[in-house]
Design a protein around this ligand. Structure first.
Ligand code: ATP
Ligand code: MG
Length: 661
C-alpha cells in the first residue's frame, strides 16, 4: 500500500516527466554505483601503485644504508691489512698509529676507529690520545674479528662505551623522548645508548698470526647523512606545495634518531617515536609494515623494515615515506574530472531526452487537444505530421479518421436537412388531403340533402311563383295587395335561385373534358360581364399570356368558376376599382395559373379558412355557394384554388390547372 500510492502518482505524471525521472533514476543509480566502485578501484589502484613505489624506495634506502656499512667495512679491512699499521702494532708505535689512524678516521668521517690487541683489549682509540686498555672481547663484532673474520653490522652501543669514545658521542646519543600521541608507552623517558654502523677486521701479519682487531663505525644518532642521501637519491629533493615529498628515518628501537621528517617548527623530528601498530608489527613481530600512516604532521604512505644486529636481533627500523597528499590530489583530480564528465553527459542526455520526448509528446498533445475539439463538435482540427515514425503514422491515421468523421457528419446533416424538407412536404400534402377530404365530405353530405330538398321544394315554389304572377297580372299596380304580392314573387324567386344553386352544387357529374384555350374562355365571360351594371366603375386589365398551351377542361364548368370569381371581385369593389386577370404558364409545376386580382375590401384573416365552406357569405343576398361550387369544380380537374388577401387592400384568387396530355 505504501509503495503503491507514490507509484500510482508517478504513473499519473505527464509523459515527459515520467521519461526524464526514469532516466534520471537510472543515471543516478548507475552514477552512484560507478562512483562508489570507481572511487574504490581508483583508490586501490593509486594506492597499490604508491605502495609498490614506497616498497621500491625502501629497497633503495637499504642500498644506501648497506653501502655505508660496506664502506666502513672496507675502510676497516683495508687499514687492518696495511703493513705499516701491522708494523706499528708490532713495535707498539702508538704515535704512528694515532697519526695514521686518526687521519683515516677524519678522512672518512668515522666516529670511532679503535684498535685492540689480540686479546680484545683496546690499545688505541683514535678519539682519545690516552690509551685505556679496556676489554672489548664482549663486543660480538670484535670477538668474531678475533676469530679472523671481517664483519660489519648495526650495533647498539651502551652509554659507557660511548663515553669511552668521547663525551660528544654520549651527548649525541642522548635523546629525551618527545611525547608522541600514538606511540606505545615506555617506562623510560630518554635514550642514552647509541646506534652505530660498525665494522671490525682482524690484523693478521704475514706469518698469519693475529696481532689485534681494528674496528670503526659511524654513530647514527643525529647523523643525517644516510637519510638525506636516501631522500636525494630516491626523491631527488622534490617538494609538493612546500613540503618534502619523500622522507627517510632511522629508528633506534622505536625512537627517531636520524630523520628528515620535519616537525611543526620545521626542525627534524628526532626524539619522537613510532606508532604503536608499527612498533608491534616491525619491532615485536619483525614484519615489514607498508601502509598509510600519520607521521608527525602529515599522512604518508610508508614502509618500515626492522634493522637487525649481527646476531639477528631487532634493534631498530629503517623507514621511508611518501607524502600522501600528491596521490590524494591526483585521486581527487581524477574523480573531479570523472564527475565533471558524468555531469556533462547527464546534461547532454537530458537535452537529447528533451528533444526526443518532444517528438513524441508534441504530436500526442496535438492529438489530445484535437480530440477535445472533436468532442466539442469541431471536426476541422488536423495534427501536424513531423516525422514518418510510429507517432507520425498514428497522427496520419488520426487525421484520416477525423476526415472520415467529418464526411460522415456532413452526410448526416444533409440527410437531416432533406428529411426535414421531405417531412414538411409530406405534412403539407397530408394537410391538403385532409382539407380536401373534409371539404369533399361536407360537399357530399350537403349534395345529398340539397338534392332531396330541391326535389321537394322546387315544385311548390314553381306553383307559388306562377300563381303569384297570375294574380299580379290581374290586379292594378295601385292595388293594396300589389306591393305585397310583388315581394312574395321576389322572395319566391330568390328561394328558387337557392334551390337551383343547391341542385347545381349537388350535381356531381363527371366533367366533360376537351382541349380548350383558357384565354378564350376568359375573354368570352368578360364580354358578357362588361355590360353588367356592377362593372361600370371597374377597370378591367387583362394580362393574358398568348402562348399558353391548350388545356383539357370542362369548358362550361370552368366558365362558371371564372364567372363566380369575377362577380365576387366586382361585389368587393362597390365603389369601383381595378380587376386584373392574368394567365400564365408554369413550366416547373406543369400547370396554367389564372389570377384574379382586385383592389376591393379584402378578407379578414378569421374568414379565410371559411371561404370555401358552403353557405358562408357576408352578403345579405348571397347564397354562400359560389366558392364552394367553384372549389368542387377545380378539384374535379385535379387543380388548385388559393387565396391571398389584405383587408382594404384587395384579394388575389389563383387557380392552377394541370396540363394533361
Ligand atoms: N373578391 C372578394 N373580395 C372580398 N370578399 C370576397 C371575395 N370573394 C368572395 N368573398 C367573400 O366570400 C364570401 C363567399 O363567397 P361566395 O361566392 O361563396 O358567396 P357569396 O358571393 O356571398 O354569395 P353568391 O355567390 O351566392 O352570390 C362572400 O360572401 C365574401 O364575403
Ligand atoms: Mg359569390
Amino acid at each position: 500500500m505504501t509503495f503503491k500510492k507514490p507509484f500510482e502518482k508517478f504513473l499519473s505524471l505527464p509523459l515527459r516527466a515520467k521519461f526524464i525521472l526514469s532516466f534520471l533514476a537510472v543515471i543516478c543509480f548507475g552514477g552512484i554505483i560507478s562512483l562508489i566502485f570507481g572511487t574504490r578501484l581508483e583508490h586501490r589502484t593509486i594506492f597499490s601503485l604508491a605502495q609498490a613505489k614506497v616498497r621500491h624506495d625502501l629497497a633503495a634506502a637499504w642500498m644506501v644504508y648497506n653501502e655505508k656499512l660496506n664502506d666502513i667495512r672496507d675502510i676497516v679491512r683495508l687499514n687492518s691489512s696495511r703493513e705499516s699499521i701491522q708494523k706499528a702494532v708490532k713495535h707498539n708505535d702508538a704515535e704512528t698509529l694515532q697519526r695514521y689512524l686518526g687521519r683515516v678516521r677524519e678522512e672518512f668521517s668515522l666516529d670511532t676507529l679503535t684498535l685492540t690487541d689480540s686479546q680484545g683489549r683496546v690499545i688505541l682509540r683514535t678519539n682519545q690520545l690516552k690509551i685505556g686498555k679496556d676489554d672489548q672481547l664482549r663486543d660480538p663484532l670484535v670477538s668474531r674479528a678475533l676469530k679472523g673474520e671481517t664483519v660489519a653490522s648495526t650495533q647498539i652501543i651502551p652509554r659507557e662505551e660511548l663515553l669511552k669514545e668521547g663525551k660528544d658521542q654520549a651527548q649525541r646519543a642522548y635523546l629525551k623522548f618527545i611525547p608522541t600521541p600514538k606511540a606505545a608507552p615506555r617506562p623510560e623517558n630518554h635514550e642514552d645508548r647509541g646506534m652505530m654502523l660498525k665494522a671490525a677486521a682482524p690484523l693478521i701479519d704475514e706469518d698469519g698470526s693475529l696481532l689485534g682487531v681494528l674496528y670503526g663505525g659511524i654513530l647514527l644518532n643525529k647523523n643525517y647523512e644516510i637519510v638525506d642521501r636516501v631522500k636525494e637519491i630516491v626523491y631527488k629533493g622534490e617538494k609538493y606545495k612546500g613540503k618534502e615529498t619523500g622522507t627517510a628515518t632511522i629508528f633506534q628501537w622505536d625512537l627517531r634518531i636520524s630523520t628528515n621528517v620535519k616537525n611543526a617548527e620545521g626542525e627534524r623530528a628526532i626524539g619522537t617515536r613510532v606508532s604503536k601498530e608499527v612498533n608491534q608489527a616491525v619491532l615485536k613481530e619483525g614484519k615489514p609494515w607498508i601502509d598509510r600512516a600519520f607521521v608527525v604532521n602529515d599522512w604518508y604512505i610508508t614502509a618500515y623494515e626492522p634493522i637487525k644486529n649481527i646476531d639477528g636481533e631487532i634493534i631498530g627500523i629503517l623507514y621511508v615515506g611518501m607524502l600522501e597528499k600528491p596521490y590524494i590530489d591526483l585521486r581527487n583530480n581524477v574523480m573531479m574530472t570523472f564527475t565533471g564528465m558524468a555531469i556533462l553527459c547527464v546534461v547532454l542526455l537530458l537535452v537529447i531526452l528533451f528533444f526526443i520526448t518532444s517528438t513524441i509528446i508534441n504530436p500526442l498533445k496535438g492529438m489530445v487537444s484535437a480530440t477535445k475539439k472533436i468532442a466539442q463538435g469541431n471536426l476541422n482540427p488536423k495534427v501536424e505530421i513531423s516525422f514518418q515514425d510510429e507517432i507520425g503514422q498514428l497522427a496520419q491515421s488520426f487525421n484520416q479518421m477525423t476526415e472520415n468523421l467529418k464526411k460522415a457528419n456532413e452526410k448526416l446533416i444533409h440527410w437531416g436537412k432533406t428529411l426535414e424538407k421531405r417531412v414538411e412536404e409530406r405534412t403539407e400534402e397530408l394537410r391538403e388531403m385532409q382539407d380536401y377530404l373534409v371539404q369533399s365530405e361536407k360537399l357530399a353530405s350537403l349534395g345529398k340533402m340539397a338534392a332531396g330538398v330541391a326535389h321537394e321544394i322546387n315544385n311548390p315554389l314553381t306553383s307559388i311563383l306562377i300563381n303569384t304572377h297570375l294574380v299580379l297580372e290581374k290586379i292594378e299596380k295601385n292595388h293594396s295587395f300589389y306591393e305585397n304580392l310583388s315581394l312574395i314573387a321576389d322572395e319566391t324567386s330568390r328561394c328558387s335561385n337557392i334551390v337551383t344553386g343547391l341542385l347545381e352544387f349537388s350535381r356531381q357529374n363527371p366533367p366533360q373534358l376537351a382541349f380548350t384555350d383558357i384565354n378564350e374562355v376568359i375573354n368570352r365571360i368578360l364580354k358578357l360581364l362588361e355590360n353588367q351594371a356592377s362593372f361600370q366603375n371597374i377597370t378591367i386589365k387583362k394580362e393574358l399570356n398568348p402562348d399558353l398551351p391548350q388545356i383539357k377542361i370542362d369548358k362550361d364548368k370552368i366558365k362558371q368558376v371564372f364567372w363566380n370569381l369575377m362577380i365576387n371581385a366586382s361585389e368587393a369593389m362597390p365603389k369601383g376599382g381595378t380587376l386584373i386577370i392574368r394567365s400564365q404558364f408554369s413550366a416547373d409545376k406543369k400547370c396554367i395559373e389564372i389570377e384574379f386580382i382586385d383592389t376591393g375590401l379584402g378578407i379578414p384573416k378569421e374568414n379565410i379558412n371559411k371561404l370555401f365552406d358552403p353557405f358562408f357569405t357576408t352578403k345579405g343576398s348571397g347564397t354562400g355557394l359560389g366558392l364552394a361550387v367553384s372549389y368542387g369544380i377545380i378539384k374535379q380537374h385535379q387543380g388548385n384554388i388559393e387565396v391571398k388577401s389584405e383587408v382594404s387592400q384587395g384579394s388575389v384568387f389563383t387557380i392552377s390547372l394541370p396540363i394533361k396530355v
